[in-house]
Write a protein that binds this ligand. Sequence first.
Ligand code: 3EB
Length: 330
Amino acid sequence: MRLYVEHADDIQGPLDNVLGEICFSSGPEPLIHQRPCLIVSMKRLDAQKPAREIWRCSGEIEQGQYGDIRYRKCEGVLFGFISLPETRFDAQGKPALQQAAESAYRQIFELLERLEYPCLYRFWNYIADINQISSGIERYQQFNIGRQDAFVAHGHDVLGNAPAACALGVKEGPLCIAFIAGTAPSFNIENPRQISACRYPQQYGPRSPTFSRASLLRSEGVLFVSGTASIVGHETLHHNDVVMQARESMANIKAVLDQANLKLQRNAFDLSSLVYRVYIRNPSDFLFVREELTRIAGKIDVVYLQADICRSDLLLEIEAVHVLNPCKKS
Ligand code: 3EB
């Protein structure tokens, strides 16, 4: 089995080998070609068309539904997504978003246990009004509580061995989560410039976020780099300076790549070979960020989207993926 990723504004080529798709689009409902696709409502800053992340695999695909999840799987790897409205939950007691996060993650873990795809590689989390405070606690922190409770309930490690992830804010809509899991363990990579997010101090919320800085799926030659921001140690650096935040984020990604190369004992990954997605809080910052990223990494493959970032002092977050033997973009 081989796993491929492609970033495009539309699907080219065969559809029968598509394992999953995330489509970022703020326009009218994009075409989804009769197959499961998570649609995230975000404005693209560098083009008018939707931005699609398409995962393909070489093996035979089976698709299914479990609770609120839709998924497709091939031998060894599963892509799924869930879209869960908070209105389903009664906000008495625990905040509705916390309950939605716990329910979504519990459903995902149940599915993965049943199908025996127990290894968690990558999660994408999209949360309405992520920086808003309700019930006296920021919504991102509510999400973190629900997520961590589900990890603990299903016996998943919340300290040393979490999957790669990102968590971004959208304007409105249900909690949306996409994920990739599988049968072979991945290596979880941390960044020596940052303390593990799993060990952030209490000032960032009663429960730490559950992710590691990257996960390396050696069997498939895939490196998932988590959402990466201008954080050193546990602190946000360069308040109100988007160019410096972009530079610091890229320094963090470089440090993560160094760790991945150490793990493989060769220089498999470098900044110029990754495929990036950059989430920018203020649309007017886009051109400055693009100029800085080009200066640092040269001509790279990157999509820019407008999104809220999980700390209100962060102006951008950058995530990336590398597939060692990618299919060529058409
Ligand atoms: C950070 O480093 C920035 O909660 O899943 C990055 C990646 C961030 C993932 C998550 C949050 C998450 O803390 C924010």
